[in-house]
Design a protein around this ligand. Structure first.
Ligand code: 6R9
Length: 651
């Protein structure tokens, strides 16, 4: 019943052609192993430094690192000015595609003009280096311009995903004590304008009695909806920024100057403001974007489908690609507006060569059917990327076959908001990638898979699944949690304090070849009768069945086995039988694919899965359902109503 693809192997080495032209070859690993500091110093040379560093790494104040100590640079200068000065001002930086079908091509020279105007106006507003600015915007060019203007002035931006509620915005604005909020009047959502400025007002007046830090709200006109207006506080972008001078000289900042705060979503309690700084962050985002995506400036058309509200948007739409003089697509809308052809039409229109997305979207494409991508000329695509969660082998193979014409290498990139940039991934042109495996730490990165005590797990021991740790500091590592150093230490460094390792919170295993598989968050690792089983493995087995489009698996407490496996599945159109027979077949499939011990106790057919706005399945909430508890916090869900339907499926 497993969907067979044309090319079904255990590993996929790059073609000789791809390898010959690739940015990376195996010597990179050797160079990094020989002398790590020298290796990272060489990567830092990718950037323009106003002042060279005195020392590559200072780890004496661990776990707070200083990279490129004494170095000075301007992040925005590196992403914009230097490309113009190098004679590439006319190269398109951004092919912007609006949801309603409007579009704009922005060259590096135009980008420089707009960033300079914004920098001039933010200065006029009295903002000074070190101040925080909240950016609450959809995927419009001004969002990227705003981030770069902040970087240019040494202001610390805090981008808040525009799908978040006013309460979530207020929480983040207060925590960072932002002086300015940049937003739009409204945002397009499937052809309708959803108010956004109104949400800002709601956030700022939410606790009318509590004085807050915000002095101004700067508003970009996007959907032309009417907005509530506070004279003196609120300012139109087109009346201010767009009138400012395009002349602005970028000043250098210390390598450790704070660049941004990004709050992590979806967990219990107060969101964590992950703090990133300048020199090390830009070095590693630039390095990884160049080698992992095999990016060739002036030739490739790159498209990362993330939103700037997430770290992937920060590192692989804004800082990595722009520092490497990429020409990239930025798309404002959803993949199925006006219909499910949208992404492939965009790929065709711009000749996209590198496409980077999340497994959840790949599985959605599978659900919609292969005839949709097949209706388009996708021959420009030469490399595919995946990020955000483990990609199940079925989806991996489908992605390569249907989107990548059976030839495009896939880079399955493991990293986190906290790591700032890609850490574990195949190198296209070097690695024989295995479907579902993140494979190998990148050159310059060191990771281990260890047990509770910190002992390395053995290769090939599938029962001995362990924890992923990073045992060496890396340039783009977080420098703390904003305003809460204790929490920073407790969350990431306490578990392996003795060894001084960073605890990533992910389960992982090494296969018999020593290749690394990330199995998902450790709270997603179940323990059934003393056996550790990853939710991702069971999900992968379920979606391997042609009747299943998506699956989410949780471990629910069980009196006899410790935990029992409870699965929630969405069926495909091909699923003929939806009753008990199918459920039995699915259970048998999992037993076959993994082991009888992994056989789900219950499988529920549901119409929808609860997801955060970044596309991650909220297993915590499914566990609540599976264990018959009151639901925990649902405020970050896209659609809190999905639970009515899920509950009904259990009745
Ligand atoms: C970049 C990003 C981080 C968590 C991480 C892990 C999961 C991300 C993955 C992956 C397996 C991959 N994750 N990439 N798991 N394979 N290629 O997603 O950051 O939103 O902070 O999430 O996502 O569980 O710990 P963030």
């Amino acid at each position: 019943m497993t969907e067979t693809t044309a090319d079904h192997r255990d590993s996929y080495p790059p073609s000789a052609e791809f390898a010959a032209a690739a940015n990376a070859d195996a010597s990179l690993y050797r160079a990094a192993a020989d002398d790590r500091d020298a290796f990272w110093a060489e990567q830092a040379e990718r950037l323009h430094w106003h002042r060279k560093w005195d020392r590559v790494l200072d780890w004496s104040d661990a776990p707070v690192a200083k990279w490129f100590v004494g170095g000075e640079l301007n992040v925005a200068y590196n992403c914009v000015d230097r490309h113009v000065l190098d004679g590439h001002g006319d190269q398109v930086a951004i092919h912007w595609e609006g949801e309603p079908g409007d579009s704009r091509d922005i060259t590096y020279r135009q980008l420089l003009d707009e960033v300079s105007q914004a920098a001039n106006y933010l200065t006029e507003l009295g903002l000074e280096a070190g101040d925080r600015v909240a950016i609450y915007m959809p995927m419009v060019p001004e969002a990227i311009v705003s981030m770069l203007a902040c970087a240019r002035l040494g202001l610390t931006h805090s981008v808040v995903f525009a799908g978040f509620s006013p309460t979530a915005l207020r929480q983040r604005v207060d925590d960072a004590r932002a002086r300015l909020v940049i937003t739009t009047d409204g945002q397009w959502r499937r052809g309708k304008s959803a108010p956004l400025k109104e949400a800002v007002d709601e956030a700022l007046y939410a606790h009318g009695d509590v004085p807050h830090s915000v002095e101004h709200v700067l508003v970009v006109r996007r959907t032309n909806v009417e907005v509530p207006w506070t004279e003196g506080r609120d300012l139109w972008w087109h009346e201010t920024v767009a009138q400012a001078s395009t002349e602005h000289e970028a000043q250098p900042f210390d390598a450790e100057h704070p660049l941004f705060i990004l709050y992590t979503s979806g967990t219990t309690g107060k969101p964590k403001g992950i703090l990133h700084t300048s020199g090390g962050y830009l070095t590693q985002t630039s390095y990884t974007h160049h080698y992992v995506f095999d990016h060739k400036p002036g030739q490739d058309v790159y498209w990362c489908t993330a939103d700037i509200g997430w770290v992937t948007g920060h590192s692989y739409i804004v800082y990595g690609p722009l520092s490497n003089r990429a020409t990239q697509v930025v798309y404002e809308g959803t993949p199925n507006f006006p219909d499910e052809h949208r992404h492939w039409q965009i790929v065709e229109k711009y000749g996209v060569t590198i496409y980077y997305t999340a497994p959840t979207l790949v599985r959605t494409f599978m659900k919609w059917g292969r005839e949709i991508p097949a209706a388009h000329d996708l021959s420009s695509i030469r490399l595919l990327g995946s990020v955000g969660e483990p990609i199940n082998p079925e989806a991996w193979r489908w992605y390569r076959e249907v989107v990548g014409a059976n030839t495009a290498p896939i880079v399955d990139t493991w990293w986190q908001t906290e790591t700032g940039a890609i850490m574990i991934s195949p190198l296209p042109g070097v690695t024989a990638a295995k479907p579902g495996a993140a494979m190998t730490p990148l050159p310059g990165i060191s990771a281990q898979v260890v047990d509770e005590e910190g002992k390395p797990v053995q290769r090939g021991e599938t029962e001995a699944n362990g924890y992923l740790v990073l045992d060496q500091p890396w340039p783009s590592m977080l420098r703390g949690i904003w305003g809460d150093m204790e929490r920073y230490k407790a969350t990431y460094w306490e578990r392996y304090a003795e060894q001084g390792w960073y605890f990533a919170g992910d389960g992982a295993k090494l296969d018999a070849d020593g290749d690394l598989w990330v199995l998902g968050r450790v709270d997603d690792v179940m323990n059934v009768s003393g056996h550790r089983i990853s939710t991702a493995e069971v999900e992968s087995a379920l979606v391997g069945h042609s009747g299943v489009a998506e699956a989410a698996v949780v471990g629910a407490s069980d009196a006899t086995t410790g935990q029992g496996i409870v699965a929630f599945v969405i069926l495909t159109a091909e699923a003929k039988d939806t009753g008990e027979a199918l459920i039995d077949e699915l259970k048998a499939e999992v037993a076959r694919e993994i082991s009888p011990i992994a056989k789900p106790r219950e499988i529920h057919v549901v119409p929808e899965l609860p997801k955060t706005r970044s596309g991650k399945i909220m297993r915590r909430l499914l566990r609540d359902v599976a264990e018959g508890r009151e639901l925990g916090d649902t405020s970050t869900l896209v659609d809190p109503n999905v639970f009515e339907a899920i509950r009904a499926s259990r009745a």
